[in-house]
Design a protein around this ligand. Structure first.
Ligand code: NAX
Length: 329
């Protein structure tokens, strides 16, 4: 029997948590013969709801789920974890300025970064989902300088999946025909879903959908504003699709990428493609056979694409400046 992979999930009693935990425990994240243990972290007022979630996990009798820890204590919560999925964060409320939001969440992610560095397993990897996820991840990473930079990720996979389906539906093909969809920049409406380098049935997406106006004026904003459209339709933000994207991200990071393809996740930029080094930026990424990842090199970005990437990068640089001014990092 393999040793369980121990996974911490913050915000475990929230909406995304409610979809995510059952997927992890069922084997969707690490495979059908890999036992898992869950460390579920919540704030004190949500501990009763978390207890209910634990009861439901028990009631699934998942064969792969070997242990559940439910806690509001970060030291206990991150103890020996191999993965930390940071989903919980404080949502923006009416009247709250962007800097207020960055300030409130900044403090949370400083504490979590420190607790991960002090308590997690030596191989820990961290995926930040709670928004603003890129800058929250940057804050946690800066608070844990003991951990290598290549352990830190923020999520743009939901944006990639949204883009894939939009392209497939427009082209009238199955979603599995769409590959090589890169999201560049920030997980925010400024992100750039790169339709020039995307492929449909192995051909350039902008040749299969030969409608540049639709790609620029409908596709790009539809992907960028999809989160808001879900809130408008459902009365609540994306939860099951976000949880699904968390599963997809970890699967992609832990399995070699199919030849010629790539996926999207935010990593600490080293200045690739002219981006500002040090920000958490979404790139086309491949996982190699040895388990490490690389940024796909040599993709062509035309002037329009470069402008789109730059706009999103500028936003990330601005968020970093705000948290620097607040003395959070
Ligand atoms: P919910 O409000 O349903 O749940 C959040 C949970 O986090 C709550 O149970 C709350 O008690 C808990 N929490 C708050 N502060 C915490 C702390 N310091 N430690 C531990 N737990 C804490 O939100 P949900 O719909 O689950 O969304 C969670 C986060 O994901 C939000 O920030 C949301 O904006 C973000 N999203 C990110 C996406 C992405 O692609 N990166 C997409 C979906 C989603 O919008």
């Amino acid at each position: 029997m393999k040793n369980p992979i121990r996974v911490a999930v913050t915000g475990a009693a929230g909406h995304i948590g409610y979809s995510l935990l059952f997927r992890i425990a069922s084997g969707a994240m690490f495979g059908p013969d890999q036992p898992v243990a869950l460390n579920l972290i919540e704030i004190e007022p949500a501990m009763k709801a978390l207890k209910g979630v634990c009861m439901e996990l028990d009631d699934c009798a998942f064969p792969l789920l070997k242990d559940i820890v439910a806690t509001s204590d970060l030291e206990e919560g991150f103890k020996d974890v191999n993965w930390a999925l940071l989903v919980g964060s404080v949502p923006r409320k009416a009247g709250m300025e962007r800097a207020d939001l960055l300030g409130i969440n900044g403090k949370i992610f400083v504490g979590q970064g420190k607790a991960i560095a002090a308590n997690a397993a030596p191989d820990v990897r961290v995926l930040v989902v709670g928004n603003p996820c890129n800058t929250n991840c940057l804050i946690a990473m800066k608070s844990a300088p003991e951990l290598p930079a290549n352990r830190w990720f923020a999520m743009t996979r939901l944006d990639e999946n949204r883009a894939k389906t939009q392209l497939a539906q427009k082209a009238g093909v199955d979603v599995t025909e769409v590959s090589n969809v890169a999201i560049w920049g920030n997980h925010s409406p400024t992100m750039f879903p790169d339709f020039y380098n995307a492929k449909i049935g192995g051909k350039a997406a902008n040749k299969v959908i030969a409608d540049e106006a639709w790609l620029k004026e409908t596709f790009v904003p539809t992907v960028g504003k999809r989160g808001a459209a879900i809130i408008e339709a459902r009365g609540a933000s994306s939860a099951a699709s976000a949880a699904n994207a968390v599963v997809d991200t970890v699967v992609s990071l832990t399995n070699p990428t199919a030849d010629g393809d790539w996926y999207s996740v935010c990593i600490p930029s080293q200045g690739e493609y002219g981006t500002e080094a040090g920000i958490m930026c979404s790139f086309p990424i491949r996982t190699k056979a040895d388990g490490s990842y690389e940024v796909v090199q040599g993709l062509e970005l035309n002037d329009y694409s470069k402008g789109m990437v730059q706009k999103s990068v500028d936003e990330l640089v601005g968020e970093r400046s705000t948290v620097q001014e607040l003395n959070i990092i």
